[in-house]
Design a protein around this ligand. Structure first.
Ligand code: ADP
Ligand code: ZN
Length: 745
C-alpha cells in the first residue's frame, strides 16, 4: 500500500508555513527528518503525519527523496508542543522546530563521529597465537585476543607503532574484522562536585513529600519553591529528581546561564553522574550534537541546561525544574519569542508532571499566582544549619561627601576591605549595571553626552579616554567643552568597574584582584577562567558587574561591597524594583554561606529607600506586599497584560504615521472583537503610539504601540486579534510584537 507523508519544509517563510504532501516510498516515522523536492530544489523537512490515504486534490505528488537520520529527530509531544508554540508566539512551524534540534543538524553540518575499530575473527584459533613468529601482526592479534571489546585502531597505533599496514593486511586475510562504531564526543565535563546526600531538614522534607505526592498524583501542577539563598532548594530539586528517576522517568533542570552557575551544575553532575547531559553554550558543534543524540536515544535521563534545554528530547518526562525563575534570561528576545517557563508548563501538562519554579526572590507575578492558588506555594524559611545571614551595613554616601571623602570607597568599606585582605580572606566588589554606569554630564547645564545614533548616554571608558555607545558600539573622544553651553565643566558621573578598579589599586597597590564585566569576558573561556582563578584564590578581590551576583558560592568570600546601589534603582522600567530587590538580596546573601560569617557593605545616596532596607533583611514578603500593591494600583502585570509592537525604520515621520495608523485600526478591531463577545472596549486599558524609550539604535528610528489589556476571559482572543490584524495590515516597518517583554527599551 502506498504511503504519504505530510511535511513541514525547513524554510521560515509565512507563505510556505503549512504541511506539504509527498509520496513516501521508504520506511520512515513521524518526527523523522527527510529531504524533499521543493520547487526546483531539494530542501530538508520534518514529517509530521503519515497516512495511507492519498491526499485530495488534482496536483502531482512529488516523492520523498530520503531520510536524513535513521531515527526520529522529534517525538510526538514535541510536535504537539510546536503546534502550541506556533499559535502562542505567532511564529512559523519551521522556526519552532529548529529550536528542538541542534542547529548544526540542519544542512547536515555535523555528522556522527565514527571510529574504526577491529576485533579478532571469532573463528580464529587463539591457541595458535603462541606458534606465530614474532611480528607486529602477532602483537596486534595478542592485543585483540586479550580484549573483550572492539578496539579502536587509533588506540592500537599508540601501542604498536606503524600498525596500519599490518592491520590492513590482517583485515584482508579475514583474521581481523573491522567495524565502524559511532562514538559520542564527550564534552570537557564540568568537574563533578560530590556532596554526600544529607538528611533533609523538616522544611525540606515537607516540600519534598508534597512534590512526590504531586508526582504520584500524575497531574500537572506548577509549584513555586520560595526559599532564601542557602535554604536547601537545590537539595530538594535533586531528591525530587531522584524520586522521578526511580519511577523510570526523566528530568530537565534549567539554570539561568551555565557559565555563571558552575557550582549548581557541578552538584547535579556529582549526584547523577553519567545519567546527566549538560547543554551549555561552550560545547562545540559536535559535542552539542552528541549530547542531544544521547538524550534523544534515551541514554541519559537528566538534562541540565540554559533556556533552550526546555526543548531537550527527554522521553517520559517526570519533572522540570527552573532554578532562579526570576531571571530575565528565560525569555527569548529573538523569534520565536518564547518564555521558557510557559513552554515548560505546557510540556509538563502533556507529561502530567510537576513544574518546580525555585527562587529566593520570585517574580512578583509568580508569587501572586502562588498566593492566589494558580500555582502551589512551598516555602523554605530557614537557612540550612541555621547559618547566620551576613551582617549588613548601609552607608550614606552623601554624608561621606560632606565629611570630605570624595573617594568611591566609604571609610567603612575601606576598613572592612583592609581587615578582609589582612586576614587572607576574599572580597567581592559589586558595581551597578555596566550600561548605566559612567556617563559624562555638564555640571553647569546638566547636558548629558548622548550617542548621535541611539538616544542613550555614551559610557565613559577611562582606559582609552573615550566615550562608547553600548548599543551600537560607536566611539568618540570626550569633548573639551559642553556641546550645549560650551562651558568646560564636563564631569563623568556614576561608577564603572574600571573606575572602581583604579581606586582600588591606589588604596591596595599590593593586593591581587580580578575584574569581570562584559569588556573583560569577550573570549570563549574568560568567564570560567576568571571565576576559576578567583575560586583557586589567585586573587583576593573580584570586581564585577551583575554577572558576579548569580549563583556563586565561594567559601572564602567574607566581604561583599555594593559600590553604589542607586544605579540599580534608577532604570525606567516597571519591573525595575523587583530586579533591584532581587540583585541586592542575592548580593547580600553571597557572603556568609560557609562557616565564616560574612559582612556586606551597601553604599547609597538614598539610604532611606525601602527596597534596599527590605532586601537587606531578606524580607521578600513585605517587599511583595508593597510592590504588588503598586502594580495593582497602576494596573501593571499580573493585573494586566502588556503588548508592545515595535516599528523601526529610517524615516521618523513615516514610522510615526504608520504606528499611528496601526494603533487606530487595531483599536477598532479589538473593540469589534470585544463587542462581538458582549464585552466593551474598556477592557483595552491603554493603547497609544509613541517613540520607544530608546528612540534610535544603529541609526534606525524606533516607534512603538503600547497596549495594556485587562486580564479577562477575552484576553487571549484579543491577542489573537492583534496578531491577525498585524498579518493583514501590511505595515512595512512593523518589527516585532512582544507580550509582556522583559524590558521596554
Ligand atoms: P539553595 O539552593 O536554596 O541556595 P542549597 O541546596 O545550595 O540551597 O543548600 C545550601 C548548602 O547547604 C549547600 O552547601 C548544601 O549542600 C547544604 N545542604 C542542603 N541541604 C542540607 C541538609 N539537609 N543538611 C545539611 N546540609 C545541607
Ligand atoms: Zn549608539
Amino acid at each position: 500500500m502506498e504511503k504519504y507523508a505530510k511535511v513541514i519544509v525547513d524554510i521560515s517563510v509565512d507563505s510556505v508555513d503549512r504541511l506539504f504532501s509527498y509520496i513516501l516510498p521508504i520506511e520512515a516515522v513521524v518526527g523523522q527528518r527527510v529531504l524533499v523536492p521543493f520547487g526546483n530544489r531539494k530542501v530538508e523537512g520534518f514529517i509530521l503525519e503519515i497516512s495511507t490515504e492519498k491526499p485530495e486534490g488534482d496536483f502531482e505528488l512529488k516523492t520523498v527523496i530520503k531520510v536524513l537520520e535513521d531515527y526520529a529527530a522529534l517525538d510526538e509531544t514535541q510536535i504537539s508542543l510546536a503546534y502550541w508554540m506556533k499559535t502562542a508566539y505567532h511564529c512559523t512551524m519551521a522556526q519552532v522546530l529548529r529550536q528542538m534540534i541542534p542547529a548544526q543538524l540542519r544542512g547536515m553540518r555535523v555528522k556522527e563521529k565514527k571510529v574504526r575499530t577491529i576485533y579478532l575473527n571469532p573463528e580464529f584459533d587463539k591457541t595458535s597465537i603462541n606458534a606465530l613468529k614474532q611480528s607486529k601482526k602477532k602483537d596486534i592479534i595478542q592485543l585483540l585476543a586479550d580484549s573483550t571489546i572492539n578496539v579502536a585502531v587509533a588506540d592500537i597505533v599508540e601501542l604498536v607503532p606503524n600498525a596500519y599496514a599490518p592491520i590492513n593486511a590482517l583485515v584482508k586475510d579475514g583474521i581481523v574484522i573491522e567495524k565502524f562504531e559511532t562514538v559520542y564526543r564527550k564534552p570537557n565535563q564540568i568537574a563533578p562536585q560530590c556532596v554526600e546526600k544529607p538528611v533533609l531538614t523538616a522544611e525540606q522534607e515537607t516540600a519534598l513529600e508534597r512534590i512526590a505526592q504531586i508526582i504520584d498524583e500524575g497531574k500537572q501542577k506548577t509549584v513555586l519553591l520560595h526559599g532564601i539563598t542557602g535554604s536547601g532548594k537545590t537539595e530538594v530539586y535533586m531528591q525530587a529528581i531522584e524520586y522521578v528517576l526511580s519511577k523510570k522517568r526523566g528530568a530537565i533542570v534549567l539554570v539561568p546561564e551555565i557559565s555563571l552557575t558552575p557550582q549548581t551544575v557541578a552538584r547535579f553532575v556529582g549526584r547523577f553522574g553519567d545519567s546527566v547531559a549538560v547543554l551549555h553554550s561552550r560545547l562545540s558543534a559536535g559535542e552539542r550534537f552528541d549530547e542531544w543524540r544521547r538524550i534523544r536515544l534515551n541514554q541519559v535521563s537528566v538534562v541540565v541546561g540554559a533556556r533552550s534545554a526546555v526543548f531537550a528530547p527527554i522521553s517520559d518526562l517526570g519533572i522540570i525544574v527552573i532554578d532562579e525563575e526570576h531571571e530575565d534570561s528565560y525569555s527569548s528576545e529573538n523569534p520565536p519569542r518564547y518564555n521558557a517557563s510557559e513552554v515548560a508548563q505546557r510540556r509538563c501538562s502533556y507529561a502530567n508532571a510537576p513544574l518546580i519554579l525555585g527562587s529566593a526572590t520570585p517574580k512578583l507575578t509568580s508569587y501572586y499566582y502562588a498566593k492566589s492558588g494558580k500555582y502551589e506555594l512551598l516555602e523554605l524559611n530557614n537557612r540550612v544549619n541555621l547559618m547566620p545571614l551576613p551582617q549588613v551595613s548601609i552607608v550614606d554616601m552623601r554624608k561621606e561627601f560632606v565629611l570630605g571623602n570624595t573617594s568611591i570607597f566609604s571609610g567603612l568599606l575601606t576598613e572592612r576591605l583592609r581587615e578582609c585582605i589582612d586576614a587572607g580572606e576574599q572580597a567581592i566588589l559589586f558595581v551597578n549595571r555596566r550600561g548605566y554606569s559612567s556617563f559624562v554630564m555638564c555640571r553647569a547645564c546638566g547636558e548629558v553626552i548622548m550617542c548621535p545614533d541611539c538616544d542613550v548616554s555614551l559610557t565613559y571608558h577611562k582606559q582609552d579616554n573615550s566615550l562608547k555607545c553600548h548599543y551600537c558600539g560607536i566611539e568618540q573622544r570626550i569633548p573639551k567643552t559642553c556641546p550645549k553651553c560650551s562651558k568646560p565643566y564636563l564631569k563623568y558621573m556614576g561608577i564603572g568597574t574600571q573606575q572602581v578598579q583604579e581606586e582600588f589599586i591606589s588604596l591596595f597597590p599590593n593586593t591581587k584582584y580580578l575584574r569581570m564585566d562584559a569588556d573583560s569576558t569577550r573570549g570563549k573561556d574568560s568567564h570560567a577562567d576568571i571565576l576559576g582563578a578567583f575560586a583557586s584564590k589567585q586573587a583576593q578581590v573580584l570586581i564585577g558587574t551583575q554577572m558576579i551576583a548569580k549563583g556563586l558560592d565561594f567559601p572564602n568570600v567574607t566581604l561583599v561591597g555594593i559600590v553604589l546601589a542607586d544605579c540599580m534603582l534608577n532604570i525606567p522600567d516597571y519591573r525595575n524594583t523587583e530586579r533591584a530587590f532581587s540583585l541586592i538580596t542575592q548580593v547580600a546573601g553571597r557572603a556568609g554561606r560557609a562557616e565564616k560569617v560574612g559582612s556586606v557593605v551597601i553604599q547609597t545616596n538614598t539610604p532611606e529607600n525601602n527596597i534596599i532596607k527590605l532586601a537587606v533583611q531578606h524580607d521578600y514578603k513585605n517587599f511583595y506586599e508593597a510592590a504588588i500593591h503598586e502594580r495593582a494600583n497602576s494596573l501593571y502585570p499580573p493585573f494586566s497584560l502588556f503588548v508592545r509592537i515595535l516599528f523601526t525604520g529610517d524615516e521618523q515621520e513615516i514610522l510615526f504615521a504608520e504606528s499611528q495608523a496601526f494603533a487606530d485600526a487595531c483599536y477598532a478591531t479589538l473593540c469589534e472583537t470585544l463587542l462581538a463577545n458582549s464585552a466593551d472596549c474598556s477592557e483595552i486599558l491603554f493603547m497609544y503610539a509613541m517613540p520607544a524609550p530608546i528612540k534610535r539604535i544603529k541609526e534606525k528610528y524606533r516607534q512603538q504601540v503600547l497596549i495594556k489589556l485587562a486580564r479577562t476571559k477575552h484576553t487571549s482572543k484579543l491577542i489573537k486579534a492583534i496578531y491577525a490584524y498585524s498579518d493583514t495590515c501590511d505595515m512595512k516597518h512593523l518589527y516585532s510584537i512582544e507580550i509582556n517583554p522583559n524590558d521596554m527599551m
